[in-house]
Design a protein around this ligand. Structure first.
Ligand SMILES: Cc1cc2nc3c(=O)[nH]c(=O)nc-3n(C[C@H](O)[C@H](O)[C@H](O)COP(=O)(O)OP(=O)(O)OC[C@H]3O[C@@H](n4cnc5c(N)ncnc54)[C@H](O)[C@@H]3O)c2cc1C
Length: 216
């Protein structure tokens, strides 16, 4: 939708991968809609995934016993987090929609993307107590996971060897097993993602609640 700001957090090493294609069609489609699209290409940026004391540029509140969560929270308030974190927080703050584009690694996100979450979504910025879940500070933003898997769709069904994907992932668009699929099937995956993006702004966000999750 024209005027909307989109951040794509992209975690793949190879630009010609299926993930690369899915990222490219998202940039093309959303730009064509008049959105302003920014990509955080985490591998290309050499994004630091480790949450360490280097993320705090000022003095530590307790140098004798390092607690990352506590120090990051205080550093956020004092604006003394490292510049790469601040940069990503700014992008996220401005975005109406965040797309996470990644291959499934061990039923989860690749380490570089997990590190982005660990470091960027710090206390004070993304949440606080009170100020979490439905009252979190990123409330109102839309997010979608677009991921690829090694396994096929049937392997991720209720009776499949991996179990129902609902049990580990929520707002998602999955391109199942592109390496095992034919060229035509892969083209359909990219086209289906591009098609979904055309009407993405009309979708009802998923209610991330236990009844939605376990009731179906
Ligand atoms: C550490 C690790 C852990 C993993 N853990 C899991 C796991 O827990 N569960 C699981 O299911 N899988 C797992 N995998 C597998 C992984 O999820 C898949 O290898 C990955 O999702 C495949 O996506 P890709 O983009 O890397 O595919 P690619 O291999 O890059 O792409 C597949 C093919 O698509 C072609 N292609 C690119 N663009 C297009 C286009 N526009 N049209 C048609 N074809 C195109 C490419 O040329 C390539 O031949 C794991 C892999 C690793 C390395």
């Amino acid at each position: 939708m024209a005027g909307k700001k989109v951040l794509i957090v992209y975690a793949h090493q190879e630009p010609r991968s299926l993930n690369g294609s899915l990222k490219d069609v998202a940039v093309a489609e959303l730009s064509q809609q008049g959105c302003s699209v920014i990509v955080s290409d985490l591998y290309a940026m050499n994004f630091e995934p480790r949450a360490t004391g280097k993320d705090i540029t000022g003095t530590l509140s307790n140098p004798g016993f390092f607690n990352y969560g506590v120090e990051a929270h205080k550093a956020y308030k004092k604006q003394s987090l490292s510049s790469d974190i601040i940069e990503e927080q700014k992008k996220l703050q401005e975005a109406n929609l965040v797309i996470f584009q990644f291959p499934l690694y061990w039923f989860s996100v690749p380490a570089v993307l997990k590190g982005w979450m660990d470091r960027v979504l710090c206390q004070g910025f993304a949440f606080d107590f009170p100020g979490s879940y439905d009252d979190g500070f990123l409330k109102g933003k839309l997010a979608i996971l677009s991921l690829t898997t090694g396994g096929t769709a049937s392997m991720f069904s209720k009776t499949g060897v991996n179990g129902d994907f609902r049990y580990f992932l929520w707002p998602l668009q999955i391109s199942f097993g592109p390496e095992m699929a034919s060229e035509e099937e892969r083209k359909r995956m990219v086209a289906s993602w591009a098609q979904r993006l055309k009407t993405l702004w009309e979708e009802e966000p998923i209610q991330c609640s236990p009844p939605w999750y376990f009731g179906q």
